[in-house]
Ligand binder design. Structure first.
Ligand code: DOR
Ligand code: ZN
Length: 420
């Protein structure tokens, strides 16, 4: 009897239930979990923590006239080197992604240049043809801006309400940037926090849940305080590493580097947000790269945004190794819940799962900007404890090993409305 060979075996993988098994992989899928089957390549995972590839459902990969900040090539390399195998790109590009033509060309550009798998959201401005973008393959709508942010005008309450009703009728997912912004020009992080206060964010979450919680599928992006998480009802809740790891009181370089919307909060509020861990559905980076030159201006003039797709898993894996969060909750919030919310097949350990993995070693190191791949060229986490992946597998093929990238076949995941 001839036995057809598998593409790859990941040997001695510690499964979520503690058993050790070999994963035999073919055509991008796990085919057998147990004893190894004959394969072209075997990778030993002994001594490694193997996690399913993360889905970062909130990245701004820029490109076009903003390619100095980032583009698909640099942003996707940053993702892969951080254990993220699927990114969901945000539509506040210049120009914004609000027409079928712009959407198609974004998909084509990502298809040519991305080294990780990807999905792309549709922008929502007054008068956007939501149905056309849904059929074009938008994964979700938004982030929809309830208040102005970098490269995003805030929608009026009426326009926001009309958009949420329209998305509800399509059966789409509305992803919302919930904030209330004052008009003051902030000079410091504390001013910025007062100008876009926690209670404003919570109020907007409450109002949207009340008006549209039953008629549209809602996902709240980057909630920054515990009261907003508590107000989200049955909507899904996303929180960023910067709101979990950074606070106003820390003194780590210039304040403009930590200027982001919603703002970094007080240490007390950061701790309360951490206390909501079990209710948080998704950790996503809100990777929003700006260059150092753009940030090296008076606080009020600096753009908002922090790069973070590459440091998200490394920061969290270090926390896991320190015993401060469980491996199960890490896999849920960085891979499985985002997959379920978006309708992307899960990556994982059992037959039928998508074969995307990141292999993390034992040692905790310190983050250094010199080793990161984003064109932003800086990080607010310099020196923070982290564990970077040694190897990353994408679609059953080695994509990254010891700092080297290898060509694989990234996938585009269109949303459920896709009608080619
Ligand atoms: O700080 C932010 N930066 N918040 C956003 O909502 C947008 C983002 C960006 O695109 O720079
Ligand atoms: Zn946002």
């Amino acid at each position: 009897m001839s036995v057809s060979r598998y593409d790859l075996v990941l040997a001695d993988v510690i499964l979520p239930d503690g058993r050790v098994a070999d994963l035999s992989i073919r055509d991008g899928l796990v085919c057998h979990t147990g004893a190894p089957l004959p394969a072209e390549q075997i990778i030993s995972c002994r001594g490694m923590t193997v996690l399913p590839g993360a889905i970062d459902m909130h990245v701004h990969l820029r490109g076009g006239i903003q390619r100095e900040k980032e583009d698909w090539e640099s942003g996707s390399m940053s993702a892969i080197a951080g254990g993220v195998t699927v990114v969901v790109d945000q539509p506040n590009t210049i120009p914004p992604l609000t027409t079928p033509e712009a959407f198609r060309s974004r998909v084509a550009e990502a298809g040519r240049n991305s080294c990780c798998s990807f999905a792309i959201n549709a922008g929502v401005t007054p008068g956007t043809d939501l149905s056309a973008l849904w059929q074009e393959g938008a994964m979700a709508f938004g982030e929809i801006f309830a208040a102005p942010s970098s490269y995003g005008e805030g929608l009026s309450p009426e326009d926001l309400s009309a958009a949420l009703s329209g998305i509800g009728r399509l059966g789409g997912l509305a992803t919302i940037h919930a904030e209330e912004a004052g008009t003051a020009i902030p000079g410091t992080l504390a001013d910025h926090n007062r100008n876009r206060p926690p209670r404003g964010e919570t109020k907007i979450v409450q109002a949207i849940v009340q008006s549209h919680g039953k008629s549209a599928r809602l996902h709240f992006c980057h909630l920054s305080v515990a009261s907003s998480v508590a107000a989200a009802g049955t909507a899904s809740v996303e929180v960023t590493p910067h709101h979990l790891f950074l606070s106003i009181e820390q003194s780590i370089g210039s304040d403009t580097l930590r200027k982001v919307n919603p703002p970094i909060r007080s240490e007390r509020e950061r701790k309360q947000l951490e206390g909501m861990w079990d209710r948080i559905d998704v950790i996503a980076s809100d990777h929003a790269p700006h260059t150092l030159r753009e940030k090296d201006v008076p606080f009020g003039d600096a753009p908002s945004g922090i790069p973070g797709v590459e440091t998200m898993l490394p920061l969290l894996v270090a926390r896991m190794k320190e015993g401060r969060l469980s491996r199960a909750s890490l896999m849920e919030k960085t891979s499985w819940r985002p997959a379920d919310i978006l309708g992307i097949p899960r990556a994982g350990f059992l037959p039928g799962a998508r074969a995307d993995f990141a292999l993390y070693g034992e040692g905790i190191t310190a983050i250094s900007v010199d080793e990161l791949h984003s064109r932003a060229g800086w990080t607010p986490y310099e020196g923070f404890p982290a564990v970077f992946p040694e190897q990353v597998i994408l679609g059953g093929a080695p994509a990254y090993h010891g700092g080297e990238f290898h060509e694989t076949a990234p996938l585009w995941f269109p949303g459920r409305g896709y009608y080619p």
